[in-house]
Ligand binder design. Structure first.
Ligand SMILES: [Zn+2]
Length: 427
């Protein structure tokens, strides 16, 4: 009995232990699984790229930060505007056509108004000094606004209208027609002109034609060697070396005969900044601003010196035209393809038969201070501020005449070749 009794007690304990372990297992598995720990940020995360940039700006600049503009992505492919191609130069006019056209004669210096223009006038005479006989554009109180430089609408990229005009639109900002670039004046007595003159009252504001740095602002002009430029006096003169160039070459503009100089050397200027006042200092016959464009070599890009008198180019090929106007540049040659110097060129509007401008071809002396044809055009005459339209460009040399008809487009240069004595007959 004892054995039996003593043998049953441990077995009871084992059963109780087994029951307890089973109960503990059941209890544990009945509990819910422990939850995953999720870190919840205290600030909202950026939801878009621009919000991210705004956050970066805010962090970097605080309240000074500026929201970025949003850019609308164009859905259609960008199509560049196309330009109307310049029509090819037409064949010269026949004598019958020439006889049918009329021109209006004025004495030099006359200022006719549009209403005073006679309905008809004598035909353009052959072999007469046109510059002395015909007036240029009738003056007008109203001017269209200038186009925006830099401008080169020419499909071949030849135009380089990089500059504004050196005086306001309300001032006279057309070059004096009887003393154009490369000419020697009305009586062939003046110095060959290395720039253009814009007659204006003393005190009219003279403005930088483009941005750059003032490299000369004093009386007279010294070249790199330090000597005064020739014997001619510019009076008070400012020269700006521009912070842009042309085909790797530095560009300069020069403003002479100023009554006051408003800038100092090494001063940085922007286009349109007042740099001086119109005056009559130096050798002049009346108050005006003498304006030049000079081009340097690649090796004097940083020299800060002004290239010499022989480095000028015709400024009207560099100043941006007015809205609705263009430029005619041309080359007058003889049968041997040599440039004809100091010849009269007349620009006659086809529709009304009116002479709208005259000029003379460049004079070259074969010296180091000669004027220059533009490296793009190789021209020997230029007429600016020509309203859009069709024109006959007429040259008279020793009784011989050649005419080419051209179309002037806005903001571009129309080039015309006039060849005397070497014309192929029309078919
Ligand atoms: Zn001048």
């Amino acid at each position: 009995m004892q054995r039996g009794g003593s043998g049953g007690f441990p077995a009871l304990i084992l059963v109780l232990l087994a029951l307890g372990a089973f109960g503990a297992l059941v209890y544990t598995n009945a509990q819910p699984a422990p939850a995953l720990r999720v870190i919840v940020p205290t600030e909202a995360l950026p939801t878009a790229v621009d919000n991210l940039w705004a956050s970066i700006l805010e962090a970097g600049f605080g309240s000074d930060s500026t929201p970025l503009p949003t850019i609308a992505i164009p859905t259609a492919e960008f199509i560049p505007p196309t330009l109307e191609a310049a029509p090819a130069a037409l064949t010269p006019l026949s004598p019958m056509e020439i006889a049918g056209a009329t021109a209006v004669a004025f004495s030099v210096g006359a200022t006719p108004t549009q209403a005073a223009l006679p309905a008809t006038a004598a035909p353009l005479a052959t072999a007469q000094p046109v510059t002395q006989q015909y007036v240029t554009q009738p003056p007008s109180a109203w001017k269209p606004p200038p186009l925006i430089p830099p401008l080169s609408r020419d499909p071949l990229g030849r135009d380089h209208f990089w500059f504004t005009r050196p005086v306001d639109s309300s001032a006279n900002n057309a070059g004096l027609f009887y003393y154009p670039y490369g000419s020697d004046g009305p009586e062939n007595l003046w110095r060959i002109h290395a720039g253009i003159d814009m007659p204006n009252p003393i005190g009219e504001t003279v403005r930088a034609a483009g941005s750059g740095i003032v490299v000369w602002a004093a009386d007279g002009l010294r070249t790199a060697g330090g000597a005064f430029q020739d014997t001619y006096s510019y009076g008070n003169v400012v020269v700006i070396q521009h912070d842009f160039g042309w085909r790797g070459r530095p560009l300069y503009t020069l403003y002479a005969h100023l009554s006051a100089v408003l800038v100092v050397p090494q001063q940085t200027v922007s286009a349109g900044d007042a740099i001086g006042l119109v005056g009559n200092t130096g050798r002049v016959t009346g108050p005006h601003v003498h304006f030049e464009v000079r081009i340097g070599d690649q090796n004097n890009l940083l020299s800060g010196t002004v290239p010499g008198y022989g480095s000028t180019l015709n400024p009207v090929l560099w100043m941006v035209p007015y809205v609705g106007t263009g430029v005619i540049a041309g080359r007058l040659t003889n049968a041997a393809d040599e440039l004809i110097m100091d010849a009269d060129i007349t620009i006659r509007e086809v529709a009304r038969g009116l002479v709208v401008d005259t000029t003379t071809t460049y004079i070259f002396r074969g010296t180091a201070v000669d004027v220059n044809s533009d490296p793009v055009w190789n021209e020997n005459f230029v007429v600016a501020d020509v309203p859009v339209g069709r024109y006959d460009v007429i040259a008279n040399v020793n009784g011989e005449r050649v005419i080419q008809r051209v179309s002037v487009l806005e903001g571009t240069t129309t080039f015309v070749e006039l060849s005397l004595g070497n014309r192929t007959p029309s078919p």
